[in-house]
Design a protein around this ligand. Structure first.
Ligand code: ZN
Length: 146
């Protein structure tokens, strides 16, 4: 990877870290919240999701931790917003391939999530990058939507 591209990736991650999208946790009716920690890094993230008729009507996130985990939560909330559960599953599975450095489907609209491809070089950080996405999957399990 060229250093220009690495710089761009770093900028995107820092932008989401400084200006997290969809920040917050909701206890309102229809929202389901899941809290997850990554003890090895100290990351601690809560997501709130509202699913209506198989569509993610709203997804929010909030947490403390490293720039990778927090920016990934922000990117996740942006990408999954408004998606059907099937679309969200395809995007989530694709994200896991991407962070592991495996082949991923470049035709899916991963938007800013592509910057996390660089995480594959740092296996210890993969849990940071996937924490919020796992929280989303746990929410589906708790809601019995899997
Ligand atoms: Zn971390």
């Amino acid at each position: 990877m060229s250093s220009n591209l690495e710089n761009l990736y770093r900028q995107v991650i820092m932008d989401h870290h400084k200006n997290p999208r969809n920040k917050g946790v909701s206890n309102e009716n229809g929202y389901h919240s899941v809290h997850m920690r990554n003890p090895s890094c100290g990351d601690d993230i809560t997501i709130s999701v509202k699913i209506v008729d198989g569509v993610i009507e709203d997804i929010m996130q909030e947490g403390i931790g490293c720039a990778i985990s927090l920016s990934s939560a922000s990117v996740m909330s942006e990408i999954l917003q408004g998606k059907t559960l099937a679309e969200a599953k395809a995007l989530t599975d694709n994200f896991y391939e991407l962070v592991k450095g495996d082949d991923f489907d470049e035709d899916l609209e991963m938007d800013d999530a592509v910057v996390f491809a660089g995480v594959a070089q740092f296996p210890a950080r993969i849990r940071c990058a996937t924490l919020a996405w796992k929280a989303y999957e746990n929410a589906l399990e708790e809601l019995e939507l899997t």
